[in-house]
Design a protein around this ligand. Sequence first.
Ligand code: AMP
Length: 487
Amino acid sequence: MSTFDSLGLSPELLSAVKKTGYTQPTPIQSVSIPKVLAGKDLMASAQTGSGKTAAFCLPILHKLQKRNPKGPRALILTPTRELAAQVLENLRTYGKEANLICATVFGGVKIGPQIRQLRNGVDVLVATPGRLMDLYNQKAVKLDAVEIFVLDEADRMLDMGFISDIRKIRAMLPAKRQSLLFSATFSPEIRKLAQTMLVDPEEVKATPENQTAPSVEQLVVPADKAAKINILHALYQEAGWSQALVFSRTKHGADKVVRQLDKLGVKAAAIHGNKSQNHRTRTLKDFKAGKITMLIATDIASRGIDIDKLPVVINFELPQVPEDYVHRIGRTGRAGETGKAISIVCADEIKQLREIEKFTRSTLPREELEGFEPDHNLPESHSNKSVAATRKPARNRNAGSGNARPGNTSAGQAGAGKRGDSGAKPDARRRGGRPDSNGNSRNTERQERRPEQASGKRSGGRATVIASTTGGRPTRSSGRRRVAGAA
Ligand code: AMP
């Protein structure tokens, strides 16, 4: 196992690294840093959370060492403002003892101060493509002194439609330079881009392509759409997470979740493209400081969200593209920690779920939450279709009542999203199967549509539901787990 000392970094950088508390380099750092120091172009497959930012920031700081007034000598392009800010923070942390000026330019804030900063001289510039183009067109920045160019989160850049800006920026750079491309996933399109940008690159991988980090335990909670907010609340109450990052697909949806959580007494805030940059920065700061319990983010705004020890990521809605699922859940289980990624999925989202499972080459375990079993069955995904054929017939949920828990009736009455009592603590226990060693769900009969559900009626209260399901299934006890655990 390599140590930081063996990577060839300067004593100043090693001392800065030590002060951050890192004891050893992450795999992507171990393989990338010596190659970048040796002047190689790099094509790195690294997820967020792998330590990829230090993998390029540290050797850049090492190589530049001294100030040079000619203009930026390193240019780091990031897809979003948050990620740009995050990279700058890394540069400043590691480069405390280096005599270099690092700065960032991105849209959504006044351009004047950025122009002034560039005029005063910048050694390492972190930029989003749109604002960099604006500055270049206004002749506020020159790129002909760039020695090292980094394209960070290239897959996201392409998803966000930056390809033409990237091509233009590439054309502004000196032909003789070192280029590094980091991407969580490598589609044929990214490989094509890499060919036009890198010279004889070294290919390095931190995690297998298109895979999620093993440090993140993943789970799907089948749900009716209208019940999602109550399920989120129930999961939170049961687990007692210190904080959660919740993903919504749309800006409007994110704001709605905030309003609903607010009514349920949970401190939440949204971060998305309609919010001003100052608002986004402040919200993120508040979340990092623990003043906000749930941060509701859209995919675009979530880039660069790096929160220490974030215990859980919730997909309130699945993303449209499976790559985003990998990015989203990479926000937890970072830097040696473990984390949970829970997706609350309704029947309408089966297409996205199937795509995610195909993309990550895995079958996500499913567990229903007791009291919130969906009326609209979440269909099988491709990967566990064969198991569906062996499903057992539906059971009568009203059989037996010995396990009824007092005080839970109100939550049960609301079962499918009609619960209005925010104060009642629901019995947020899940049911259903974790996959066996072949990735198949053990309890797929859970996904069978039950007769009383088909009629849309939940005659019993919540306590009745628990009693009937557990009472009728003696073997179920081993498959029932509390949601919390991870917190
Ligand atoms: P990144 O993938 O660059 O976004 O980094 C994810 C997290 O890992 C950040 O919070 C970094 O501060 C942290 N980190 C980076 N390198 C190390 C390391 N060698 N040891 C422990 N944590 C690290």
